[in-house]
Design a protein around this ligand. Structure first.
Ligand code: AMP
Length: 282
C-alpha cells in the first residue's frame, strides 16, 4: 500500500495504476476508521481492481460550534487497517493541500441539502459536496462507496455527480451496527458508558417503528410516535422524520412508496444520526 500526502503524488500514482478495463474504487473518509469504513473498503475491493481510501477531516463541513478541533484521530491505526484490508492507495492530505491559500470556489448543492441535517447544519453539505468533488477529480474513480448511515450525504453526492456530469457510479453500503444495534460512528468514542447505553434509544426507536411497519402499519404519524417513545432517553431530539427516499421531502400518509425513517439526536454533547429504510413492494 502507498500512503500519499500530496495531490501531485496522488495524480502520479493514479496515472500509474490506471489500465483499460480496470475499475478504480474509492472510499472517502474522515478517519478514525471502524467496521463501517471497513465495509466500504471491502465492497470496493470486491468490485474494483484499484482501491483508494482518503482520510481527511474536512474543515469546511464543520460549523463554528461543532467538533472539528476534537474530532478523533489515530492515523497509525487507520493506516494499519487500510493495509490489512487490501487498500492500494491511502491518500491522507493536510488541510493546506486541499485548501491552499487563495481557495475560493465551492460546490453548492440544491434542495436535496435543505431538509433534515441540512436544516440544522447550515453549510455542511456545501462543504461535503466541495471536498467530495475535489477528491473525485483527484482520485478519478469509476466507483465511489458511501455509507447509508449518512443517507442525505449519499443523496447530495449522487445528485452532484448527475448535475456536474461526473462519470462516477455511487454505491451505498448498508449501515454497520454494534451487536446491540448502535450504528458505528467515529463520534461514538465521545460517549461515556452511561451515554452509550442511552444512545441505544436511537436505533431502538427506528427498529420499533420498522417492526410496526413490517406488521402492516402505514400511517406516518403512528410510525413516528412509536419511534418517539424510545427517543425520550436522548437529551435533545433534533429531528425525527419519515421522508421520501428520493427527494427527502415528508412522506405521504399512508406510506405509498419507499420511505426513510431518520433521526438526529444529542446524547450528552454528542450528535448521533441514524436511519432505516422502509421498502414498499412496487
Ligand atoms: P466518516 O469518516 O464518518 O465521514 O464516514 C466515511 C464514510 O463511511 C461515509 O460514507 C459514511 O457514510 C461511512 N460510514 C460511517 N459509518 C458507517 C457505518 N456505521 N456503516 C456503514 N458506513 C458507514
Amino acid at each position: 500500500m502507498q500512503t500519499i500526502r500530496t495531490v501531485a503524488e496522488l495524480r502520479q500514482a493514479v496515472i500509474q495504476t490506471r489500465r483499460p478495463n480496470k475499475r478504480g474504487g474509492f472510499a472517502p473518509t474522515m478517519g478514525y476508521l471502524h467496521e463501517g469504513h471497513r465495509a466500504l473498503i471491502e465492497a470496493s475491493r470486491a468490485q474494483c481492481d484499484v482501491n483508494v481510501v482518503s482520510i481527511f477531516v474536512n474543515p469546511i463541513q464543520f460549523g463554528p460550534n461543532e467538533d472539528l478541533g476534537t474530532y478523533p484521530r489515530d492515523f497509525l491505526r487507520d493506516e494499519q487497517l487500510c493495509q490489512d484490508t487490501g487498500v492500494g492507495i491511502l491518500f491522507a492530505p493536510g488541510t493546506t493541500e486541499i485548501y491552499p491559500a487563495g481557495f475560493e470556489t465551492f460546490v453548492e448543492p440544491g434542495e436535496i441539502a435543505k431538509p433534515l441535517c441540512g436544516a440544522f447544519r447550515p453549510g455542511h453539505f456545501g462543504g461535503v459536496a466541495t471536498v467530495v468533488c475535489k477528491l473525485f477529480n483527484m482520485v478519478q474513480p469509476d466507483v465511489a462507496f458511501f455509507g447509508q448511515k449518512d443517507f442525505q450525504q449519499c443523496a447530495v453526492v449522487r445528485r452532484m455527480t448527475v448535475d456536474l456530469d461526473l462519470p462516477i457510479k455511487i454505491i451505498t453500503i448498508p449501515t454497520v451496527r454494534e451487536a446491540d444495534g448502535l450504528a458505528l460512528s467515529s463520534r461514538n468514542r465521545y460517549l461515556s458508558q452511561q451515554e452509550r447505553q442511552r444512545a441505544l434509544a436511537v436505533s431502538r426507536g427506528l427498529f420499533a417503528a420498522a417492526e410496526k411497519f413490517q406488521a402492516g402499519e402505514r400511517d406516518v404519524g403512528r410510525l413516528l410516535a412509536i419511534a418517539k417513545q424510545h427517543l425520550t432517553a436522548v437529551d435533545r431530539l433534533e429531528y425525527l422524520d419519515l421522508v421520501d427516499c428520493g427527494d427527502l421531502k415528508p412522506a405521504d400518509s399512508p406510506l405509498r412508496s419507499t420511505a426513510l425513517l431518520c433521526v438526529a439526536a444529542y446524547v450528552g454533547s454528542t450528535r448521533l444520526i441514524d436511519n432505516i429504510i422502509m421498502p414498499l413492494p412496487t
